[in-house]
Ligand binder design. Structure first.
Ligand code: SF4
Ligand code: SF4
Ligand code: FES
Length: 248
């Protein structure tokens, strides 16, 4: 593969990158500064010009796929949408894997626990009709559609999960993204899975474990508010208890 040309730089960045598995360590690299450079550009430079064994994950480079999230100077971020100029503290960058997930190697985390919690939260659409039925019509201004409107924009990047202290302390906690997904389905008039879904999210490690400190909302690159979705789930599960629809 031909080398990517490196334009003239205006100085060097001092970059620490996590290398190895969970028992790894930070290693230092010097990377040329460029105009409009993103953190993902920096990681890519190291992989292409210094050490081709560096492992990391990305796909779209435009904030759509959610695969490039890493810890940048202590904060979880999409690296493709984070400009170095905004975060490089005195020309220094420390880039590590996302927190609260196992490290596969270097900057690549194992997302399996994240998606397993989606399944535990019954974050999968349960159709109430067959493909032979006419297409469902959902009014855009209906109350459930409006309640789910923002939450359906989630792209499963894991940033909120990495930022959540409750996930860190409680391995059973389903976390902001899975619960946010459950909230979209709880409000989906086409879905028939709510009895099992509400039971799952009311259980230990479900929505009532959230401490409402809004770190998820503060860090979400899309400015979504999983805390609000979880508050909705708390109201819905409490109402279901009072109506006798949930087993204690
Ligand atoms: S508000 Fe809840 S889900 Fe969000 S970061 Fe805090 S504990 Fe986690
Ligand atoms: S809620 Fe935001 S931070 Fe969390 S997974 Fe979805 S897009 Fe990422
Ligand atoms: S590479 Fe797709 S969101 Fe960053």
């Amino acid at each position: 593969m031909p080398e990517t040309p490196v334009p003239q730089s205006s100085g060097q960045l001092s970059v620490s990158l996590w290398r190895g598995g969970s028992e790894g360590r930070y290693e230092s690299y010097s990377v040329p500064r460029r105009e409009s450079q993103t953190v993902l550009d920096v990681v890519t430079y190291v992989q292409r010009h210094i050490d081709p064994t560096l492992s990391y994950r990305f796909a779209c480079r435009v904030g759509m796929c959610g695969s490039c999230a890493m810890t940048v100077n202590g904060r979880p971020r999409w690296t493709c949408r984070t400009h170095v100029a905004k975060v490089a503290d005195g020309g220094r960058l420390e880039i590590g894997p996302l927190e609260n997930l196992p490290v596969i190697k270097d900057l690549a985390t194992d997302m399996q626990p994240f998606f397993e919690k989606w399944q535990q939260a019954k974050g999968v659409f349960a159709p109430s009709q067959t493909r032979a039925d006419p297409m469902a019509r959902i009014k855009p201004d209906s109350r459930p559609r409006i309640a789910a409107d923002a939450a359906i924009e989630c792209i499963n990047c894991g940033v909120c999960y990495a930022a959540c202290d409750t996930v860190r302390w409680n391995a059973d906690y389903l976390g902001p993204a899975a619960l946010n997904r459950a909230w979209t389905l709880v409000n989906d008039e086409r879905d028939a899975g709510n009895p099992a879904r509400l039971q799952a999210i009311a259980a230990s490690g479900g929505c009532h474990s959230c401490h409402t400190h809004q770190s998820c909302q503060e860090h979400c690159p899309l400015s979504l508010n999983p805390t609000a979705s979880i508050a909705g789930l708390k109201r819905r599960t409490t109402a279901a208890y009072l109506k006798g629809e949930l087993k204690a």
